[in-house]
Write a protein that binds this ligand. Structure first.
Ligand code: FES
Length: 157
């Protein structure tokens, strides 16, 4: 979910402080264990803040090291391990589909596999950035890597 600005003072117990916006803008991306239970990547890109589970839903790649690219007009983080594309705003996995493999030249289109990576809400209050965890009970594939077994990193990048 992209960032939104709120008027101070409007933080709440569900909003977890990540850092000063100026510091996040300078760093471009930070990782943090939020509420002691979830490793989250917070990104600043083209004037927007985004927050998503840090570990890739596919097989646990480090999204904090991924490039940001646009596919079919949608900003994605590209996992450095197997190049899966994940939209920053929704957490959808994108893939390139072929209309008809018997027709050349091949015609391809970007399609969505649905939401695969859990996206969290980012809020800015007076220059401070907070994340509110998306606690939807609907299972999302990236949840698998938010266990002690799979957590490996919780340091700022
Ligand atoms: Fe991310 Fe495979 S682990 S694409």
């Amino acid at each position: 979910m992209s960032s939104e600005e709120e008027s101070p003072p409007s933080s709440s117990p569900t909003m977890h402080f990540i850092g000063k916006k100026a510091d996040i803008v300078k760093a471009g991306r930070v990782t943090q264990r939020v509420n002691g239970c979830r490793d989250v990547l917070v990104l600043y890109h083209q004037g927007q803040l985004y927050a998503l589970d840090m570990i890739c839903y596919h097989t646990g790649g480090p999204l904090q090291n991924g490039d940001i690219e646009e596919f079919s007009g949608r900003l994605c983080i590209v996992c450095p391990w197997h190049k899966y594309k994940i939209t920053l705003a929704e957490g959808e996995g994108l893939y390139q589909a072929v209309d008809d493999p018997t027709v050349t030249p091949l015609r391809t289109h970007w399609r969505s596999k649905g939401v695969k990576q859990r996206i969290h809400k980012v809020t800015e209050v007076s220059g401070d950035v907070y994340v509110t965890l998306n606690d939807s009970s609907e299972a999302i594939e990236s949840d698998v890597y938010q266990t002690e077994k799979h957590r490996t990193v919780s340091i700022n990048v």
